[in-house]
Structures are given as C-alpha cells and as structure tokens.
Ligand binder design. Structure first.
Ligand code: UDP
Length: 498
C-alpha cells in the first residue's frame, strides 16, 4: 500500500485543485518535477509527489522546506522494489543501478508500481484534478483512464529533442535507419533547423532492443495523454515548441526553467538530496575566494560513470588548462583507492586553484555563484538549462540519449556552447573507450574561459538567455503566465467562480 510520507498541510483552505506528480526515478527526472510541485503549491494547488521510499527519504529536505513555508506539498511512497525483482532493496533510483544489465529488471520492476499507484489514486477523495507523470512511467495511464482523471506526461529533455524524437517516430525514420549502414546520415524531417543523425544517435528514449516493449508502452501512453509539460521557455525554444504542439496535436505547457523556482539557499542546498546541504558551505566558501567569472565547473550529471582512465584525462586536462576548476567526481567513480589517491595528489598540485567534490554537489548553488564563468557539461537537459538560466556558457560533452541534441541546440542554435568533439554515444556505465583526451579538455576549456571575439559572444548570449529565463519565470513572463493558465484549467469549477 501507498504511505503518506508527509502530512498534508492544513493551515490553508482546501486547495481548489490537486496535482499528483509521478517522476521517473532518476535525479534528472525527479528534481524538475519536485520544482514543479513546489511552484504548483505556491499557486495554491495541492501537490503530491509519488515515488519510492529511498527517493522520499532523499526529498525530505525539500518537503520540510515547503512545509515551513506552509505550502501544500506532500510526498507519498509506494513500496519498491517488488518481491522477486532480483534488485537489491536500495536500487530505487537510476543512480543506484550497479551495471548496464540491471536496467531491464529495474524498468520491469517499476511497471509493478501500477497496482499500488492505482490503489492510492482510487482511495483519494476528492479525485485529483490531474496526474502529471513522466514519459517513462506509462504504468500510470491505466488508473487515469479508468477513473477519467486528466493525465499529462512530463517530458524531461529539451523541446528540440522531443520534437526530433516525435518527428522520427511519425515519419518512419526508425524503420529507414534499421536497414541502413552505420555511417549513413539521415535528416530528421519537420524540424525548423537542419538535423542529421546516424544509427548511433537516433533520437529516442528507451530505444535499446531489449527495451522495445517498454518504449511501445510509453509511446502509447504519450498518444493517449491529454497534454505535456516541458521544462523550457518560449524565448529559448519558441519555434520548436510551436512545431511540437502542432505535431503532437495536444497542449504543450512550457513552464520552465523550473530550477529558477528555488529562490533561497536552503531550497538550493537540499535539491535532489539532503547530501548536498552539508557540502554547500565549504564549496561556497571556496568559490567566494575566486575571482568573478574565473572558475570552470565540471560535472556530468547524476548517472554517467567514468572509468579511471577517462577520469585521469579530465583531471590532467583541468590541471594543464591553468584555470581555477571545481570538478564533481561521483562516489562510485572515486571508490577505488588508486583513484582516491590520484585525486588527492591532483588537489595538492593545484592547491587553491582546484577543488574536487566527491559525491553530490549543490549544482544550482555553484552555477548561481558569481565566481563561475563556464561549465563543462554532459548536456543532460537539466544541467544545460540550469547553466543557461544562470547565464553560464558551456563546453558540451554529450554521453548518450538526448544529450547530443541538447549539444546541437547549445552550440548551433543558441550559440552558448563549445563542443569538446565527441561524436558517438558511450555506454551509461564504465565505458571502456576514452573518447576525450586531456588535450581536448585543455583546448575546449581555453576556448570557453579565454578572451577573444567568439568567447565574448558566447558569454554575451548566455547572459542574454539568463536574463530572458529570469523574466519568463516572473509575473508577466511566458512561463509564469502559462502556469497561471495551467492551474486554472484544472481548478474545480465551483472554486473558479469565487
Ligand atoms: N545534480 C546536482 N549535483 C550533482 C549532480 C547532479 O545537483 O552532483 C543535479 C543537476 O543540477 C541536475 C540533475 O542533478 O538538476 C541532473 O540532471 P541532468 O538532466 O543534467 O542529467 P542526468 O543526471 O539526468 O544525466
């Protein structure tokens, strides 16, 4: 059975609408939906985030922060993993998956959340106004359909990617690519900028052969949904939003950048997990010592994991770049004693200029610090959008999935990125190849952080988009007003009359 992990806030009159949000259990999907839950609650709606026990525990800081502000944001936990799944009990988030082979059992186990979720929703009185569930959670569709509850899907990547994915599906690109050669280039039709793909980076979530059935379920749930929520804004992706909405034939709600809903240090520090709160003080103190715009921040999101030989290339590159750097290395990457020692030695050699964070960093606090002048990113959409929202230009190093499209958006369309030069995806965990050498890091960091016309232009564009992002989320801005209409369209009619 579902368990209410936080008590509903009773200090305000009963909210006129209730949104049930079901993120896919990965940090890059949970974080923006929790941000969305909070701004829905700020607009007077009741917002419930439904997830698994480990993720509820990680989100306790965010829930407590909302509770202190009297916001009707609750967490509800569904039991996971199910008995017989073969997964360890703490394998409840994509960042806890041990190897590439655990993905399939993980996705299959998630499907079994349908039963407890169904029971939770049926027990709610009154019925929720709307279910917002991740594109990767098609198992939420059944109960919404059977009870007649509107259901929107949340699609986490850039709208540019989502449009490419939809056009590829609707115009037979997957079928053409299946019979084509590995090196053949294919144009994605119907996108307002030229996009070519190869077999290796064809757009799409869950496109691995062993996930085909799950992808078909997700595509079906996408077709039967009442609309989609996306984390972007019209001044950034207006032309892609318009095409996406036309092709999808249902409302597309652009409500971002959702990261800008974190307006104080506490909200920023506990974002994603409480672990960051402890690190924040030391990191901020270090950044305070650095000159404005001088630090390059280096992080590759919550999932991608590098083997030591690739880590060493990054570290040597940062050392040779001569720039101040703040580099996040995951706990699992730094688990081996030889890696730990090597990182210690690197920090000793670059003392005062280099800081290595082991584990989880408070990324939003870093990107909003005036000392940060550039970001080497894997182009996960949240990371890229967080950089854009804070006016920070980027070095783009895509690893897999939507990241290659986000790179194209950053470099060719928006003009805020320098490519590090990778062309093919790597395995999510422990890829044996070393696609980036230390010289690539030196060259890209120099281009990003240095002077010169191109670097100045990139910085200028990043600042302009940062300003537009802030305006989009303020009263009168596009995303703010979209949210007003969004909440209103799911408000009980008797409440609308008052
Ligand atoms: N993040 C963070 N600290 C870290 C690593 C990641 O706060 O040490 C956050 C980051 O700010 C972003 C999310 O985790 O909001 C990662 O999402 P993204 O889409 O960038 O990449 P993914 O993890 O899905 O590959």
């Amino acid at each position: 059975p579902a368990v209410a992990a936080t008590a509903p806030v009773k200090t305000r009159p009963r909210p006129a609408s209730h949104f049930v949000l079901v993120p896919f259990v990965a940090q890059g999907h949970i974080i923006p939906l929790v941000d969305l839950a909070r701004i829905l609650a700020e607009r007077g709606a009741r917002a419930t985030v439904v997830t698994t026990p480990l993720n509820v525990a990680r989100l306790r800081g965010a829930a407590e922060h909302a509770a202190r502000a009297g916001l009707p944001l609750e967490l509800v936990e569904l039991p996971f993993p199910p008995a017989g799944s073969g997964l360890p009990h703490d394998c409840q988030n994509a960042d806890m998956i041990a190897d590439n082979y655990q993905f399939l059992p993980f996705f299959l186990a998630l499907r079994e959340l349908a039963g407890p979720f169904d029971a939770y929703v049926r027990a709610l009185a009154p019925r929720p106004s709307c279910i917002i569930s991740d594109w990767c959670n098609p198992w939420t569709a059944g109960v919404a359909t059977s009870l007649g509850i509107p259901r929107l899907f949340f699609h986490g990547p850039s709208c540019f990617f989502s449009l490419c994915e939809l056009m590829a599906a609707n115009h037979g690109l997957y079928e053409r690519i299946a019979t084509a050669g590995d090196e053949d280039k294919h144009a994605v039709p119907g996108v307002p900028v030229p996009v070519t793909v190869t077999k290796a980076n064809v757009p799409g979530f869950l496109i691995h052969p062993f996930l085909e059935e799950l992808r078909a379920e997700a595509m079906e749930a996408m077709c039967t949904a009442d609309g989609v929520v996306v984390n972007t804004f019209s001044d950034l992706e207006g032309k892609f939003l318009a095409c996406y909405e036309a092709e999808l034939g249902k409302p597309v709600w652009a409500l971002g950048p959702l990261c800008l809903s974190n307006r104080d240090a506490q909200a920023t520090a506990s974002r994603g997990t409480m672990a960051a709160a402890a690190a924040q003080k030391a990191i901020t103190a270090w950044l305070d010592e650095q000159a404005p715009g001088s630090v390059v921040y280096v992080s590759f999101g919550s999932i991608a994991r590098k083997l030591p030989k690739q880590l060493f290339e990054v570290g040597h590159g940062l050392e040779d770049s001569g720039e101040p750097f703040l580099w996040v290395v995951k706990e699992r990457e730094a688990a081996a004693p030889e890696v730990r020692e090597w990182l210690d030695a690197l920090e000793a050699r670059t003392e005062g200029r280099g800081l290595v964070v082991r584990g989880w960093a408070p990324q939003l606090a870093v990107l909003s610090h005036r000392a940060v002048g550039g970001f080497v990113t894997h182009c996960g959409w949240n990371s890229l959008l967080e950089a854009i929202a804070h006016g920070v230009p980027v070095v783009t190093w895509p690893h897999f999935s939507d990241q290659f499209f986000n790179e194209q958006l950053a470099v060719d369309v928006l003009g805020v990125g320098v490519p590090i030069g990778v062309t093919a995806p790597v395995m999510i965990f422990d890829d044996e190849t070393v696609p980036v050498a230390q010289e690539d890091v030196v060259r890209a960091v120099a281009a990003l952080m240095g002077g010169g016309k191109e670097a100045d232009e990139r910085r200028k564009k990043a600042k302009e988009y940062g300003e537009k992002a802030r305006k989009a989320m303020e009263q009168g801005g596009s995303s703010y007003e979209n949210l007003t209409r969004f909440v209103h369209s799911f408000t009980r009619s008797e409440a609308k009359e008052h």
